[in-house]
Design a protein around this ligand. Structure first.
Ligand code: PLP
Length: 398
């Protein structure tokens, strides 16, 4: 079992209190997680001791080279992937556009790209742009009303013309977990690439890219207790077979060929510390704890008739990220009222435009999103439930 108080003590930002000295519940993990002291220290230490560009003939540069090699290994172990295919970038969105531009040569007029109605827009817009450039057609995997993907539709949506299948490992809107297997099987059957957005999944479930057979995986360390950065991981042979946009003078081989310009080495130091932190805590312990948080929240919400949950009701099929709407309350106004009660959550569509539209929530201003991480405990869940309870419309009983 996870010792939540010991975990929390490692995160300085979680010690914040409101005006009354009450602990603030920052439940916006899907928007970005807080960082443990180890990440802050690694970043500051890098700047103090090693701040230099790569491949130089002096010690600070050599330390930067060693850091990048080491963190590539750590990231690969975190993702269940090959270190030679780990590319560092500014964020997931930039890396996905970058890869999609390089993939242009693989797509022709009348070819097909598959997207899902559950994806964040960063795993949709690059493929719409690629289709626009090439005359390819985008086909969609639909969403069921409970916020799960209708994977049975893959039989029809994936065809011999499919060149790429993009899908999420988990939804940043509804918390839905997605099994990569049917996507990988459908894509492989027609020789298409798979591109998996693991941004929302990374802080919640163990990732196994190689075992799952996913060609390209993207994630964002700032969602898994690291700094603002992005990581793309792919089969090194696939990366070598494509020609990314790059300066002529930049490296011509290996993952650095995919990194445009100078990387944020201090961020890379932080990525390594975040991977190290999670390896120490263990994803199995994280998952077990989060399932219990989800169960507590789901049970509590059932007792609040003015709160409607959008997304799976089974804690085993989801992350502890919950989209809810409240009777007669605009989501943005509700988020503001929760903030006034020391509960910090997001509202709107959070770039999950397709999912929100598919569930009919887009027009009404989206939904309130409550996102827990392993550093939350039962008391945090209860605080959120209590605050939601206080937003019951006037005249409505318990
Ligand atoms: C599921 C998901 N995919 C992609 C992104 C985009 O990530 P980044 O901010 O690193 O570009 C986000 C960010 O919120 C996300 O939640």
């Amino acid at each position: 079992m996870l010792d939540v108080e010991a975990v929390r003590a490692r995160f300085p930002a979680l010690m914040a209190t409101d005006g009354d000295g009450r602990r603030v519940v920052h439940a916006d993990a899907p928007g970005g997680t807080q960082v443990p002291e180890a990440v802050i220290t690694a970043m500051a230490d890098y700047l103090r001791t090693s701040n230099a560009n790569q491949h130089g003939p002096f010690e600070r540069s050599r330390r930067t080279d060693a850091l990048c090699d080491r963190v590539r290994e750590q990231a690969a172990s975190f993702l269940g992937a090959d270190a030679d295919g780990v590319v560092f970038g500014p964020n997931m969105t930039s890396l996905t556009f970058h890869f999609s531009r390089a993939a242009t040569v693989r797509v022709g007029e009348g070819d097909e790209l598959v997207c899902t109605r559950l994806d964040h827009d960063a795993n949709v817009s690059p493929w719409l742009a690629l289709a626009g450039r090439t005359g390819a057609v985008v086909r969609w995997v639909p969403l069921a009303p409970d916020g799960t993907l209708v994977t049975a539709a893959l039989d029809e949506v994936v065809t011999p013309r499919t060149r790429l299948v993009a899908f999420p490992r988990a939804s940043n809107a509804f918390g839905t977990l997605v099994d990569p297997a049917p996507f990988v099987a459908a894509a492989r059957a027609v020789g298409a690439l798979t591109f998996m957005d693991a941004v929302h999944a990374a802080p919640h479930v163990a990732l196994e890219q190689a075992r799952d057979g996913v060609d390209v995986l993207v994630c964002s360390p700032y969602k898994f207790f690291g700094p603002h950065a992005g990581v793309l991981s792919a089969d090194p042979a696939l990366l070598a077979s494509l020609r990314p946009d790059k300066a002529r003078a930049a490296p011509d081989a290996g993952p650095e060929r995919w990194q445009t310009g100078t990387a944020s080495f201090e961020a890379i130091a932080g990525v390594g510390a975040a991977c190290g932190y999670l390896a120490e805590v263990g994803m199995a312990a994280v998952r077990e704890h989060e399932i219990s948080l989800s169960r507590r929240f789901l049970d509590g919400v059932e007792r609040l008739p003015h709160v409607r949950l959008h997304g799976p009701g089974d804690p085993h099929r989801r992350t502890p990220t919950f989209a809810v709407t409240l009777d007669s309350r605009d989501p943005a106004a509700a988020a503001g009222q929760l903030a006034a009660r020391g509960v910090q959550v997001w509202s709107g569509h959070y770039y999950a435009v397709e999912p929100m539209r598919a569930l009919g929530l887009l027009q009404g201003g989206g939904a309130v999103r409550i996102g827990f991480a392993h550093y939350h405990g039962p008391a945090d869940v209860d605080r959120v439930l209590e605050a939601l309870g206080e937003l019951r419309p006037a005249g409505r009983g318990v």
